[in-house]
Design a protein around this ligand. Structure first.
Ligand SMILES: Nc1nc2c(ncn2[C@@H]2O[C@H](COP(=O)(O)OP(=O)(O)O)[C@@H](O)[C@H]2O)c(=O)[nH]1
Ligand SMILES: [Mg+2]
Length: 244
């Protein structure tokens, strides 16, 4: 009989398995020429508003689709449909983040939806399976609103966006360091209300640099569009690079 209980690091195993699934998904996306962007933030920081404006600005340049993830409801997916693109809602069944397997399921449902819609319109869906090098060029994943768990689980996306908003405060990188560490680009939304809050863009960037030396920090106002050209440029450049 053992006198010491065996201790198993379940979380590490879960994360290692997820990392493998995420790498496989990224390889698949590369083969298809689809750039999947994982958008993370706390609830209410303006993810859906940012996506809506981005879609309006870029939908004539890029083929875009959206996956909205939430614990419940289809509010955000409905909002996306109003922008004239294909969108699906993913319910996580109470989970506060998506993992790579859930993201893969979402992508399969999204492709199926695009195929059905194309058939209804009488158009040929250009690519579903196999050598699908002309699949949707840009897919946004609006992750569950949460600054902790989504940062821990690699979704298999090609890049991560961390978004904060001015009313949320400039100390978020100190409190949620991993989110800012895994981000490839950081959006600071709601700059229209800067005069009313003690949010210093300089201090925020200083805190970000403690964890992430390179990710660009882009101040935006999703409500008016101010500052969003820099974000669009970042996006278009990265989609192009991914597909080359
Ligand atoms: N003042 C201001 N409000 C914004 C801005 N962007 C979004 N909002 C508002 O913030 C609230 C939450 O936005 P939403 O996009 O749903 O956030 P999400 O939960 O992160 O998807 C809504 O009332 C938006 O109208 C902005 O740039 N400025
Ligand atoms: Mg939303």
């Amino acid at each position: 009989m053992a006198t010491q209980p065996r201790v198993i690091e379940v979380k590490q195993n879960v994360l290692a398995a997820n990392d493998r699934a995420a790498d496989e998904l990224r390889a698949d996306l590369k083969r298809r020429g689809s750039f999947l962007l994982n958008l993370m933030s706390s609830p209410g920081s303006g993810k859906t508003t940012t996506l809506g404006r981005t879609i309006d600005a870029l939908k004539d340049t890029l083929d875009i689709a959206v996956m909205e993830a939430d614990i419940d409801s289809d509010v955000d997916a409905r909002a996306m449909l109003e922008h004239g693109i294909c969108a699906v809602q993913l319910h996580t069944g109470g989970m506060c983040h998506l993992d790579a397997q859930m993201t893969r399921q979402g992508l399969e449902a999204l492709r199926e939806t695009i195929r059905e819609e194309s058939t209804m319109r009488g158009a040929d869906f250009r690519a579903v399976d196999g050598d699908a090098s002309d699949d949707v060029e840009l897919i946004f994943l609006e992750n569950v609103g949460n600054l902790v768990c989504p940062a821990e689980f690699d979704t298999g996306a090609c890049a991560n966006v961390a978004s904060v908003s001015v009313p949320g405060g400039d100390d978020k990188p100190l409190k949620y360091p991993l989110m800012f560490q895994v981000a490839d680009v950081i959006l600071v939304n709601k700059i229209d209300v800067l005069p009313y809050f003690d949010f210093s863009l300089e201090t925020f960037e200083e805190y970000v640099r403690m964890r992430n030396p390179n990710a660009p920090v882009i101040p935006i106002c999703a409500k008016t569009g101010e500052g969003m050209d820099a974000w669009y440029d970042w996006l278009v450049e990265h989609v192009k690079e991914w597909r080359s």
